[in-house]
Ligand binder design. Structure first.
Ligand code: GLN
Length: 285
C-alpha cells in the first residue's frame, strides 16, 4: 500500500474524530506499526499488508480517542522515554519547565534531598535523578494502579545507570508521610491533581488518565492545601517548593500558598506557551 496515501487518509480520519494533532499522530502510529523511527517514513514508499493491518487497529483506537502514548506504550519527557499505559497519567510537555526550575534550585548542592509528591509515571522524579545524579529523590504515589508504572520506570532508569529513586506508596496529604525527613528536605515538587471538579477535559484525559491524578475538588486546590501542610513540615528552613497548576490558577494558587503562612518568596511562572503554569516558594526560616 502506498505510504503517502495511507497517511493522508489516516490523518483525515483522525482530524474528523477530533484528534488535536492528526498528521503527527498518524505518522507516529504508522512508525510504531512498522517498528521504525518516524524519520524513516520520509523515505518509505510502500507499507506491507501486515503492517497496514496493525496500523488500522491503532488508528481505530486513536480515532476512539485512546491517548497516542497508550498506543505506542511510551511518552517522551525531557531526556527520558517513560513507559505509560492504562492506569497512569501521561506526562505533559508543559511540566518540563517545572523540572528546569527544580534543577536551577539544586545547582551547586551536591546531594540535595528531593521529594516528588504524586509521581505517576515518575517523569519529574526520574528526570531530576537523571539530570542531577547526586540528588536523593523520593517519589510518592498513592494510586495502586499508577505506582506500578512509577516502579517500572524507576527500575528501568536505575538499570540504565541513573541514581536510583525511592518509590513510596503513600498519600501526599498524610500527616505521617516521611516523618523521618521532617525539616530535612531541600526541595518539594509536585504536579498534583488540580482540575476543578466538573471541568471539561478532552476524552483522552477524561477516559484514560486516572481520576486521582486529575480532580482537585470544587476549585481544584483541595489536594494542594494538604500538600502544603506536608511540604511545610518536610522542608528545611529556606527549602524550595514548586507546584504545577491549571491555566486559571495563576493567582489563586499563589494566594493559597501565601495564606498558609509558612512560605515566602511566592512567585508564579509561565510555561513555554506563555500560560501560568507553576508556583514556587521558599520555606520561611
Ligand atoms: N494538565 C493536566 C491536564 O491536561 C492536568 C494535570 C493535573 O491535574 N495535574 O488535564
Amino acid at each position: 500500500m502506498n505510504a503517502r496515501t495511507l497517511l493522508g487518509t489516516a490523518a483525515r480520519r483522525l482530524a474528523d474524530a477530533g484528534v488535536e494533532s492528526p498528521r503527527v499522530d498518524a505518522e507516529l502510529l504508522l512508525a510504531h506499526a512498522l517498528g521504525v523511527p518516524r524519520a524513516r517514513l520520509l523515505t518509505l514508499a510502500a507499507v506491507d499488508g501486515r503492517a497496514a493491518e496493525r496500523f488500522e487497529t491503532l488508528l481505530a483506537q486513536r480515532a476512539d480517542r485512546v491517548p497516542l502514548q497508550h498506543l505506542t506504550g511510551h511518552a517522551a519527557f525531557r531526556y527520558l522515554e517513560l513507559a505509560v499505559g492504562p492506569g497512569v497519567f501521561v506526562p505533559r510537555p508543559e511540566t518540563e519547565q517545572l523540572v528546569s526550575w527544580v534543577l536551577e534550585q539544586l545547582t551547586g548542592v551536591a546531594e540535595p534531598v528531593v521529594v516528588d509528591l504524586g509521581s505517576g509515571s515518575g517523569a519529574i522524579a526520574l528526570s531530576i535523578a537523571h539530570e542531577h545524579p547526586g540528588a536523593r529523590v523520593t517519589a510518592v504515589e498513592r494510586d495502586p494502579g499508577a505506582i506500578e508504572w512509577t516502579r517500572q520506570n524507576a527500575r528501568a532508569r536505575a538499570a540504565a545507570g541513573d541514581t536510583p529513586v525511592e518509590v513510596l506508596a503513600a498519600d501526599m496529604t498524610d500527616p505521617g508521610l516521611l516523618r523521618e525527613l521532617d525539616g530535612a528536605v531541600d526541595l518539594v515538587v509536585s504536579n498534583p491533581p488540580y482540575v476543578p471538579d466538573g471541568a471539561r477535559v478532552p476524552r483522552e484525559v477524561a477516559d484514560h488518565d486516572p481520576p486521582l491524578a486529575l480532580w482537585g475538588g470544587p476549585d481544584g486546590l483541595d489536594v494542594v492545601r494538604g500538600l502544603l501542610r506536608t511540604a511545610a513540615r518536610l522542608l528545611r528552613p529556606g527549602g524550595a517548593l514548586g507546584i504545577e497548576h491549571a491555566d486559571a490558577q495563576g493567582e489563586t494558587l499563589p494566594a493559597v500558598v501565601r495564606a498558609h503562612g509558612g512560605f515566602t518568596e511566592v512567585d508564579d511562572h509561565p510555561d513555554l506557551a506563555g500560560r501560568p503554569r507553576y508556583t514556587t516558594a521558599r520555606r520561611v526560616g
